[in-house]
Write a protein that binds this ligand. Sequence first.
Ligand code: EPU
Length: 337
Amino acid sequence: MHIEEHKSLRDYNTFNIQATARYFCSIGSIQDLKLALQSNIHPDIFILGGGSNMLLTKNIEALVLHINLKGIKIISEDKNSVVLNVMAGENWHEFVQYCINNDYGGVENLSLIPGNVGTAPIQNIGAYGVELKDVFLDCNTLSIENQFEKKFTKEECNFAYRNSIFKDQIKGKYIITSVNFKLTKSDHKKIIDYGSIKDELKKINSHSPSIKEISEAVIRIRESKLPNPKKIGNSGSFFKNPTINNIQFEKFNKKFPKAPFYKLSEFEFKIPAGWLIEKSGFKGQRFGDTGVHKNQALVLVNYGNASGKEILELAEKIQTKVKKDFNILIEPEVNIV
Ligand code: EPU
């Protein structure tokens, strides 16, 4: 276990923001994790996964633990399904590719999502009609306070749209060390009615696509709409899609009959934040080194040397304008640090 001081975090966050960690330790084993937590070098601990869902607006005055635990193991399997134990530091997309190569079904719609396996449950990552909770069995964690190991079942995780107990009630208290997934080996449940996937599959004329073809379709869609964080710093969707009640919705729908929406229930409607931001005039706009992506207004970008504060200022400007134009509050999906 090696603790570094004043370490630059630029290569550890997909927004590519310059900020430093007072102390930094890369964690390769559960033993290292326990030792680092017991080191008492700093009273505050900051857990860093793939760095794909955070905006650094300042230096981190804490011991930053970069979770680099690796490994994928088969726990059990039968003719129809397999249970995999995947360590938290495995890259999410590499795990998806491992599943596709072994013909394990369930995560193909979640191809190319940035980040690591251990941080995926925190915000219940989702795309194209599938959420992490659909394949999640349970996860192993370590308590920051006393280093006891604790398993969280799916029910205990309280998964909801881009949310879980780890982002809410017990935020910052446990470190996810590995996740157990249940995937299919036959009769894959293919989710292909989501608009853009359907269109993409039509292009290859496939009525009964393989999970590999679904994954490739998702990759093509994402590459056409979302900027590659290796080329332009970004954190995927910066805002969550807001939910409004039926009374608000009626007024909204009357005023903007062409606006897309998803009906969640009789009383709740979700409005795509990307549409609201585009109609507020921000799509493709650049302010210094910050900007709103030209193909997907939900994504804020760092063109080079933007600071976290500058990105946050742009986010607030967008929030204010959307509120003024539509009377809807859009809230960040990324963690502001
Ligand atoms: N839209 C616009 N302008 C835009 C972007 C979107 O008008 O600039 C409209 C689209 O035309 C469409 C609607 O908004 O009618 C929804 O767009 P899309 O299907 O592209 O999905 P989204 O709501 O913008 C969500 C997730 C994405 C996920 C996609 C696909 C959230 C906050 N975002 O985006 O997740 O990939 O659905 O399932 O829920 C992420 O979390 O980082 C992420 C990229």
